[in-house]
Design a protein around this ligand. Structure first.
Ligand SMILES: Nc1ncnc2c1ncn2[C@@H]1O[C@H](COP(=O)(O)OP(=O)(O)OP(=O)(O)O)[C@@H](O)[C@H]1O
Ligand SMILES: [Mg+2]
Length: 182
């Protein structure tokens, strides 16, 4: 199956989920995240800052910050085509940037080494039963997962509607360890 069509089909489905239903799904996932063992034992957690139809991670990030767990968010270095992580100390450090995505204001960018991460909360457009994923197509997470000495547990988060039996795989695709869904 064609990855591009797969992405577009699933993104359309997500776009059509009623907002109240989405909120319920997000709450369910939030409850699972905050009671997850790997997350409870983690000191350093990377988490994407959700936008639009993605599983909402804002409440989860605020929960981590309140509990003094170190939070790192992905930052795309478009020049070098790589994803870095930046330590986030407060949700107020974020502002809406290009494409309306929340990102840290320049003065709050604190790049850190991915080796310190215990957990990576991983977004995706589609996941499958073997934990393989299809993202937005940048290959950023695949590249990030292939960093040497990365010891973090890779946890995918998504809605039930995003899980399929099997997604197309390339040699460079790296699965997550497991998926948390509603
Ligand atoms: N480890 C890697 N090193 C260099 N390039 C890579 C690596 N992994 C993937 N790529 C490149 O990234 C491109 C997109 O990959 P792919 O279609 O798997 O994206 P994706 O998994 O949907 O995106 P993402 O990982 O950002 O969510 C591919 O053309 C591939 O060549
Ligand atoms: Mg991939």
């Amino acid at each position: 199956m064609d990855k591009t069509k797969l992405r577009n089909d699933i993104l359309k489905i997500l776009n059509n989920i009623d907002i109240n239903i989405k909120n319920n799904k997000d709450n369910k996932i939030y409850d699972k995240l905050i009671s997850n063992k790997d997350i409870k034992h983690a000191k350093n957690i990377m988490c994407f800052v959700s936008f639009k139809d993605e599983v909402n991670t804002h409440k989860f990030i605020k929960h981590l910050l309140k509990n003094d767990i170190n939070v790192y968010i992905p930052i795309i270095d478009s020049k070098n085509k790589v994803m870095n992580i930046s330590k986030l100390n407060s949700f107020d450090e974020l502002e809406t940037g290009f494409y309306n995505i929340l990102e840290p204001k320049k003065e709050y960018i604190r790049i850190c080494s991915p080796e310190i991460l215990d957990v990576i909360i991983t977004p995706g457009v589609v996941f499958d039963k073997d934990n393989y994923r299809v993202g937005y197509g940048g290959g950023f997470y695949d590249k990030f997962f292939s960093i040497k000495n990365l010891k973090a547990k890779k946890i995918g988060v998504c809605y039930k509607e995003q899980i399929m039996d099997k997604v197309p795989r390339e040699d460079y695709d790296i699965p997550v360890d497991y998926i948390i869904h509603d």
